[in-house]
Design a protein around this ligand. Structure first.
Ligand SMILES: Cc1ncc(COP(=O)(O)O)c(C=O)c1O
Length: 308
């Protein structure tokens, strides 16, 4: 089907933190460009899957099943050639939730955690709100794009005895799709220094022509062994209110510690609607995404021209 991304849908009075300004303490009339929450209706198969759950009328406690796992495996194999094992998967209510859980699982209060600035702001609050010490390695601009100061990155790790790195890949907000070579260099440093990597890959589906997202954990088995990969269909399909994300952890010990930390929160897995939407998105959402990407690229070009 043809999707119409030009349709303007009124989102006021829908409990939207982006639009219901008065309720959420924002100035009336502000143009809300601060949050990664798109104004497009999501893919038709997702809406149908949610309607089906609604018609059933029972919204009980829920758990993922084989069809959910199959849909995710299919998506990552087809789009990234990444082969996911069933055992690696830990469903969660969100990526930021998972980052916080991972920080508590893999470090102790007061321990340092390294991030690369500028980065999505909850990377900072996740560290400081959990009583850990925030260490920054600044990204640098070279030839008009952000890149990594590997010397600074490794020096900070050594100097501060860092054991946890929060990687944003692709990177929000600098917009870099890290190349395989860049990821390999960061991976080598982390292996050398005994650093566990939380790789937030929530933006991996928004990659444009000429670039290719590399799953950090797929570079090689030794990198997979130190990595927690965090993904979600929620940015891609504009369904963040449904609270569903998927963590992939090949290393048994890291996975057990992560799961144990999640158990302590008293919040288990993804929501019933999140599960239904995630499965539908990865099974039947590709057509919508493949139409959305050129439309978004048009918006990027428009913005670039406007600013120039
Ligand atoms: C890099 C990054 N990670 C995570 C999130 C939010 O993920 P979640 O809603 O699953 O917590 C965002 C939202 O903008 C983001 O940009």
């Amino acid at each position: 089907m043809d999707y119409n991304f030009d349709a303007i849908i009124d989102r006021t009075n829908t409990n939207s933190i982006k639009y219901d300004h008065r309720a959420f303490g924002k100035p009336e009339g502000a143009i809300p460009l601060w949050v990664a929450d798109m104004d497009f209706m999501t893919a038709a198969p997702i809406i149908r899957a949610l309607q089906k759950r609604c018609r059933h009328g029972i919204f009980g406690y829920s758990e993922i099943d084989d069809s959910y796992v199959k849909a995710i495996r299919h998506w990552y194999k087809k789009r990234y050639n990444w082969k996911i094992e069933r055992d690696w998967l830990v469903p969660t209510p969100g990526v930021v939730f998972s980052i916080c859980a991972a920080i508590r699982a893999f470090t102790a209060p007061g321990d340092p955690v390294i991030i690369q600035q500028p980065v999505y702001h909850p990377f900072m609050s996740a560290v400081t709100d959990n009583g850990r010490d925030l260490i920054t390695s600044q990204l640098i601009i070279e030839d008009g794009q952000y890149t990594i100061d590997y010397w600074d990155f490794e020096s900070q790790i050594i100097r501060n005895n860092i054991k946890l790195f929060l990687l944003c890949s692709p990177h929000n907000p600098v917009g870099r799709v890290w190349t395989r070579q860049e990821l390999l260099r960061m991976g080598d440093i982390c292996k050398r220094q005994g650093v566990t990597v939380i790789s937030d890959e929530i933006h991996s589906d928004f990659v444009y022509s000429g670039h290719q997202h590399t799953v950090f954990a797929d570079i090689d088995a030794s990198i997979a062994d130190i990595t927690v990969t965090l993904t979600a269909p929620t940015k891609t399909f504009n369904i963040p209110g449904l609270q569903v994300a998927n963590a992939f952890i090949p290393n048994d010990d890291l996975r057990a510690r992560f799961v144990q930390e999640i158990q302590k929160t008293g919040v288990a897995g993804a929501s019933l609607m999140g599960i239904a939407a995630c499965r539908a998105a990865y099974e039947r959402g590709a057509e919508w995404l493949d139409q959305l990407l050129p439309y978004l690229y048009g918006n990027i070009t428009y913005l670039q021209n406007f600013i120039a």
